[in-house]
Ligand binder design. Sequence first.
Ligand code: ATP
Ligand code: LTN
Length: 339
Amino acid sequence: MSEQNTQQEQKKIIFSGIQPTGTFTLGNYIGAVSHWGKLQDDYNCIYSIVDMHAITVRQDPAELRKHTLEAYALILACGIDPKKSIAFIQSHNRHHAEMNWILSCSTQFGELSRMTQFKDKSQKHPDDINAGLFTYPVLMAGDILLYKADLVPVGVDQKQHLELARNVAQRFNQRYGELFTVPDAYIPKVGAKVMSLADPTKKMSKSDENQNGCIYILDEPDVIIRKFKKAVTDSEACVRYAEGKDGINNLMSIYSVVTGKTNEEIEREFEGKGYGDFKIAVGEAVADHLKPVREEYKRLIADKAYLKECYTAGAEAAMRISAKTIAKAYRKVGFVDMK
Ligand code: ATP
Ligand code: LTN
C-alpha cells in the first residue's frame, strides 16, 4: 500500500448533512457548512444533502427536487471539493433506509419522545405529525454510523440528536458486538447558534416565515444590508457583549466570525458610535464575505451536467463504504446471507 493510501486511512472520518428545505441561511453557513470545506485536508469528509430527512415535513415534489440540486450546488460553492470529499444525495444510497430500520429496533420510544426538535416541529405542523418526524433522529444516526464517522460538524441545535446517535451506537455494540464508532459532535465556539434578526431569542431557520429575520446566503448585498439595518436590538445604544443583549450579542458573533475580530476589538471599533453604524458594518462585512459563494453558486447551478457527474460519483463512493457496514450489521443481527 502506498504511503498516501496509508495516510488516507489513518485520517479521522467526518460526516455531516443538510436538508434541502430552501436556500441556506447565514445560520446554516456559520454554524455548519462554512466549516465543512476547511476540514477537507485533515479528515476524510463525507457530506450529504439529506432529502430523506426533508420529507418529514410536507414538501412539494418539484420544489424538493429543485432545492436538492440547489443545495448540492451550494455546498460546492461553499468550498466542498468533490475531489477531496465525498458529496452525495442521501436518497441515492439505499443503505440509509436499510440502516434506519436496523437502528429503529435499538432505539427507545422514550428517548425519541424527549427530542426537542420533534416537539418544536410537531407544534409548527400540528396537521402532519407523521412517524417519520418522530423517528428522524434514527435516520440521522444511521447517516453517521454507516460511515463510522468520528466527528460530526453541526450547529448546537443538533447536539441532542448527536447524543442519541451515540447512545444507539453504544447499545447496538453492546447487544451485538462492536461495529459502530461512537461519534463526537464538532460544534463551533462562535456562531453555533445564529439567531433570527427579527427575534433574537429564536434560531435563524431556513423554514422561518419571517424573511426579514433570515439572511439567505444568496441574498444580494443591498438586501443583506437592509435586513441588518432592521435587526432588532436593545435601547442601550452601546456595542458591548453582555447578558440580556440578545440582538447585539448575535450581531457581534456574526461580525466576529466574518471579520475574525474578537469581541474586545469590536467593542473598541464601535466605541462612541451608535447601533446604526454597527448594523451597516455588519451588513457590509457579511455581504462581502458571501460574494464569492454567490458567484460560484451561479456558475455551478448553470452546469447541470457537472453537478450530475459529481453527485453520481459521490453516491458511488458513499455506497462502497456503507455497503460494508450494512452487510456487517445484517450479519450481526442474525439475518441469513443470501449467497
Ligand atoms: P429547517 O428550518 O428546515 O429545519 P434549518 O435551517 O434548521 O432547517 P438544517 O438543514 O436542519 O437547517 O441544518 C443544517 C445545519 O445547519 C445543521 O448542522 C444545523 O445545526 C445548522 N444550523 C441550522 N440553523 C442554524 C443556526 N441558526 N445557527 C447555527 N447553525 C445552524
Ligand atoms: N438533522 C440535521 C441534518 C442531518 C445531519 C445528519 C447532520 C441529517 N443527517 C447527519 C449531521 C449528521 C439537521 O440539521 N437538522
